[in-house]
Design a protein around this ligand. Structure first.
Ligand SMILES: NC(=O)c1ccc[n+]([C@@H]2O[C@H](COP(=O)([O-])OP(=O)(O)OC[C@H]3O[C@@H](n4cnc5c(N)ncnc54)[C@H](O)[C@@H]3O)[C@@H](O)[C@H]2O)c1
Ligand SMILES: O=c1ccn([C@@H]2O[C@H](COP(=O)(O)OP(=O)(O)O[C@H]3O[C@H](CO)[C@@H](O)[C@H](O)[C@H]3O)[C@@H](O)[C@H]2O)c(=O)[nH]1
Length: 437
């Protein structure tokens, strides 16, 4: 099939590359000319394990190309995927400006019958609206059908998730269009859920909201574990063995961030409100997450009374490991709060330093290694569970800090290992380990 993908962010690029990998001819289109230029020179605009290789391979074999112009990019396309951003507006509603623009621009250039597939996460009813927008603006006699095909990839494991996902959701109110998109996806060999447009849109929001709920639930259990002297890692393990619960997404920590959970949970609350349905559970999930992001600061203030003039090294700024994405990362409110407390902040992350410089400007110091970051620090905060941190020889804290106090927001270390290291160690939902004198 000849396919165009409009919007080359995370989702657009992974979609384009994977459709090319299973044999389709794909043109990825973005209106950001600089981005397209970078892509045409063989460089992915973000860090994602395995993506570069697949991209280069499919460009070389002629199945993948990039364009900055919708009209030329779609000239041969039988199917157009929309993968532009759907950010949140100040009032909490989803900003559909980019989707609307793509729909209207498509209506002006479509000359042959076409299937428009929405990959972007959009509120229930949006695909019907996209069809209506195209139908009312179309200049030719061509007809279009819409399909909702929400994306479930995770950043940092996007390639793996695409080829080994649990399901592909295909929503359409037109049986022919659904069947075509089913055949497009067949080579992935992943179970396909065929449903209508509204169900497909709702599956995406409900899935993200449920995963966010699991995280806030285990974080509340963790906070309780600390008070009653239990260990959340053991509790989560014991819970997760029950197949009805499952062990995924029970990692306690400083809450969820990223470009999806925060935005999509707020959007679902907003959508419910519009329907006069108060989604109390999800509102609590969001509040718990908000509080959890600041937990290390509260712990540090409890321990030291004031953090003014302390030097704090932050290890990890990305919202999760294996990505250079800092969208809605816990590190951002943490740095802002620490600066207000008068802290001397030094940061290190294996992948996000360039992004961090644009966010924190010269308000923090930037270290080029773990060692440089922690040398002379009074306190260390661990905010992202990069392998580089988990594999650290923990004696390094002793060697490079005077009185090492570590607040680990991602439970990177085993407590028995920590007990041998002569450091003071606070983590999430586990007993504090005090330094032996
Ligand atoms: N990032 C993820 O992990 C993820 C996973 C699943 C679903 N989603 C959803 O997928 C959608 C895209 O997310 P993302 O993170 O890839 O977005 P992004 O913001 O990183 O990328 C969007 C791209 O669309 C381009 N664009 C905007 N308007 C355009 C237009 N008119 N023509 C051509 N290109 C245009 C932008 O230049 C940008 O490159 C969102 O709805 C998001 O919620 C994201
Ligand atoms: O047990 C866990 C699992 C995750 N997280 C945090 O949750 C956030 C999101 O993690 P993850 O879901 O792995 O990353 P995303 O790339 O944001 O992926 C989510 O959001 C995407 C966008 O909608 C969906 O496609 C994916 O299915 C969904 O997992 C991160 O801050 C993690 O640190 C935890 O705190 N504990």
């Amino acid at each position: 099939m000849n396919i165009a993908v409009v919007g080359v962010g995370y989702v657009g690029l992974v979609t384009g590359v994977s459709l090319a990998e299973i044999g389709h001819h794909v043109t990825c289109i973005d209106n950001n000319k600089e981005k397209v230029h970078t892509l045409q020179s063989g460089i992915a605009p973000f860090f994602e394990p395995g993506l570069d290789e697949l991209m280069k391979k499919n460009v070389a074999n002629g199945r993948l190309a990039f364009a900055d112009d919708l009209s030329s990019g779609c000239s041969n396309a039988e199917i157009v995927y929309i993968a532009v951003g759907t950010p949140q507006k100040n009032d909490g509603t989803v900003d559909l400006t980019d989707i609307e623009k793509v729909a209207i621009d498509l209506a002006h250039i479509i000359l042959q019958d076409m299937i428009v597939v929405t990959k972007s996460t959009v509120p229930v009813g949006t695909n019907e609206y996209i069809k209506q927008l195209i139908d009312t603006n179309i200049v030719s006699s061509a007809s279009i059908e819409v399909v909702a095909n929400p994306e479930f990839l995770r950043e940092g494991s996007a390639i793996h998730d695409t080829f080994h996902g649990d399901r592909i959701v295909i929503g359409s109110n037109n049986e022919w269009a659904a069947t075509v998109i089913e055949s497009v996806n067949k080579p992935f060999d992943i179970p396909i859920v065929k449903t209508d447009l509204r169900n497909a849109e709702m599956i995406k929001y409900a899935s993200n909201a449920f995963l966010a709920t699991k995280i806030s639930f285990i974080n509340e259990i963790a906070n309780l574990c600390e008070k009653i002297g239990a260990n959340v890692d053991d509790v989560a393990y014991g819970m997760g063995l029950d197949q009805r619960i499952g062990n995924a997404f029970l990692q306690a920590g400083i809450g969820y961030g990223g470009s999806c959970f925060p935005k999509d949970t707020r959007a679902l609350v907003q959508l419910s409100g519009n329907m006069k349905h108060e989604f109390q559970l999800l509102k609590s999930v969001i509040t718990i997450n908000h509080n959890q992001q600041k937990l290390l600061i509260r712990k540090a203030i409890d321990r030291f009374q004031t953090l003014a003039d302390k030097r704090i090294a932050l290890l990890g700024l990305a919202f999760k490991p294996n990505t250079d994405d800092m969208r809605e990362a816990a590190s951002i409110p943490i740095v802002n709060e620490l600066l207000k407390e008068g802290v001397d902040v030094v940061v290190y992350d294996p992948a996000t330093m360039e992004t961090a410089k644009k966010i924190f400007l010269n308000n923090v110091q930037y270290a080029d290694s773990i060692e440089t970051a922690i040398t002379g620090a009074d306190i260390v905060f661990i905010l992202t569970e990069w392998d580089e941190f988990k594999r650290l020889d923990i004696h390094i804290f002793n060697q490079l800090m005077k009185d090492p106090v570590v607040f680990d927001g991602r439970n990177c270390f085993d407590l028995d290992q920590i007990k041998k290291a002569h450091i003071e160690y606070h983590s999430i939902g586990r007993p504090t380990v005090y330094r032996k004198t």
